[in-house]
Design a protein around this ligand. Structure first.
Ligand code: IMP
Ligand code: MG
Length: 177
């Protein structure tokens, strides 16, 4: 499936482990003794949240949301809707939205505002990768593993038309359709 004409390796497993460990260290410092709810944004967060949560020392609950903002191809259409909502009670707890990558910020902003309405103690965002230059809507992203240029990536949860999420490492796609 991975051929060198189409994919270029961007981060290997050691790079990924290093980034996750550094993010987990920051969270372990900032959330010591606090009640934390990780809210993963499906489906892309699945691999990152699994790695991250196993390194956290605070009391952690895990929940997921599923939003739609992107179609099957590489483009991002306009509206966001909820497919699966939060099911744990977040009132008075410290919420961390867990994303694998942030692009325009549209899905994130929608979720951020929605979670704030449930009166958590705090809401912060953690993302493995951040395409900061592509941001169209401003959302405060406190924890970011790595900033990247506008390139399409696959692997480690990131998909191309639902495939490639299972790749353990991250690749640039050289020739998006
Ligand atoms: P946005 O920030 O609302 O524009 O959308 C972010 C979502 O788009 C991410 O959670 C991913 O699901 C998807 N996405 C953005 N960039 C990439 C990429 O390079 N590869 C795969 N999915 C991406
Ligand atoms: Mg995502």
């Amino acid at each position: 499936m991975i051929d060198e004409k189409t994919f270029t390796k961007y981060l290997n497993s050691t790079d990924i482990e290093g980034i996750v460990a550094s993010l987990a260290n920051q969270l372990n410092r900032d959330y010591e003794g606090k009640q934390v709810v990780l809210i993963g944004v499906l489906k892309g967060c699945c691999v990152f949240i699994a790695d991250l949560c196993r390194q956290l020392k605070a009391d952690v609950e895990i929940d997921f949301v599923r939003l739609t903002s992107q179609g099957k191809g590489l483009t991002t259409p306009g509206t966001v809707s909820i497919v699966k909502d939060v099911s744990v009670d977040i009132r008075g707890k410290h919420v961390l939205i867990v994303e694998e990558i942030i692009d325009s910020g549209r899905t994130l902003k929608f979720l951020y505002d929605r979670l704030q309405a449930s009166q958590p103690a705090s809401v912060e965002v953690i993302t493995f990768l951040d395409k900061k230059d592509k941001r169209m809507i401003d959302v405060p992203v406190k924890y970011s593993g790595r900033q990247i240029d506008d390139q399409f990536l696959v692997g480690y949860g990131l998909d191309l038309e639902e495939k490639c999420r299972n790749l353990p490492e991250i690749y640039f796609l050289k020739y998006p359709n």
